[in-house]
Design a protein around this ligand. Structure first.
Ligand SMILES: [Zn+2]
Length: 309
């Protein structure tokens, strides 16, 4: 295959634009009263100690965030906070969602995309007061991806991928074009096999998706606080497998792409990293509920912390 043909999948990728800050402000105004969480109370105004300028909390749909930094001198607000999407309710509907298990297959991106879609559907449904939780058939998504692209999922040739490592955009293009099938129970499958007249099972469709610059921490934290869970890539080493749910992961800086792992960001906060205020995220892993056990949750795991920068 020539190099011009080599990147045909990447050249087909159409990224939408993320909601901008004023759109996030608008969402906050629309849904402020319908979202319930236990963190709003302690988010206060902040006065920059150098400039004496006062900053109000940043209002978002799910949760208000402390002012990020001073516009004039750039000083970071060091007030610690944390919250997570999975603890929030909109119109009384919980936004917690399924933990997937990729079962040792190199399918993390697809599972993380499924988790992100699950969480997004929950938020969209909850805005209307509905619980939307029909499970997605991820193994079927993997099959469709491999048929459509001709690649083995998780083992694509690097030159075929976005920036040579990212298969997420390819997955999103396939999902956009072919939809995702819902997971059927045994009874539904039996019915489908018996009655040829039944209409085909509806597939979930996606209109668009967007990418965010990982350095834009303010936008990322505001997107999360506005009910946009995000699929993210990280590097991991051996210690990752021993990481507990209440520990912060210091991801290795240099590693091969074979150590890249996709996760779903569901939370943000601010804590001290080497005595400096630093934003952290919480991620939901797709290695089942036994990964990253959390003693507070009786060893029910899958979520862990990682630093924003
Ligand atoms: Zn200042």
């Amino acid at each position: 295959m020539s190099s011009s043909e080599g990147s045909k999948w990447v050249s087909r990728c159409v990224f939408g634009s993320p909601p901008n800050l004023s759109e996030l402000d608008e969402l906050a105004v629309l849904y402020h009263e319908q979202a319930a969480r236990n963190t709003r109370d302690y988010v206060r105004s902040w006065i920059c100690p150098d400039c004496r300028k006062e900053y109000k909390p940043i209002q978002n749909m799910l949760v208000d965030l402390p002012p990020f930094s001073c516009d004039d001198c750039g000083l970071k607000n060091d007030a610690a906070y944390e919250w997570r999407i999975t603890q929030c309710l909109i119109n009384g509907v919980s936004l917690d969602f399924k933990v997937y298990d990729q079962n040792r297959k190199p399918h993390c991106t697809l599972y993380s995309v499924a988790a992100t879609i699950d969480a997004t559907r929950r938020v969209e449904g909850a805005k209307k007061g509905l619980i939307i939780s029909t499970p997605l058939d991820v193994p079927e998504m993997a099959k469709t991806y491999e048929q459509v692209t001709g690649f083995e999922l998780g083992k694509e040739p690097p030159e075929e991928l976005f920036e040579t490592y990212d298969n997420c955009s390819l997955i999103m293009e396939v999902v956009k074009a072919h939809g995702i099938s819902f997971l059927l129970g045994e009874y539904d499958t039996l019915l489908q096999n018996k009655c040829v007249d039944l209409p085909p099972i509806p597939r979930l469709r996606i209109k668009s998706y967007f990418r965010v610059d990982r350095n834009n921490v303010l936008l990322i934290t505001r997107l999360l606080a506005s009910g946009y869970p995000l699929t993210a890539g990280m590097l991991h080493g051996t210690l990752y497998w021993y990481l507990k749910g209440d520990q912060y992961y210091y991801a290795p800086k240099c590693a091969t792409t074979a150590d890249a792992h996709a996760i779903t960001l569901i939370r943000s906060g601010l804590a001290s990293k080497n005595n400096m205020p630093e934003t952290f995220y919480s991620a939901r892993d797709s290695h089942g509920t036994k990964s990253h056990p959390d003693h507070k949750m009786r060893d029910f795991g899958a979520d862990f912390f990682l630093w924003g920068m």
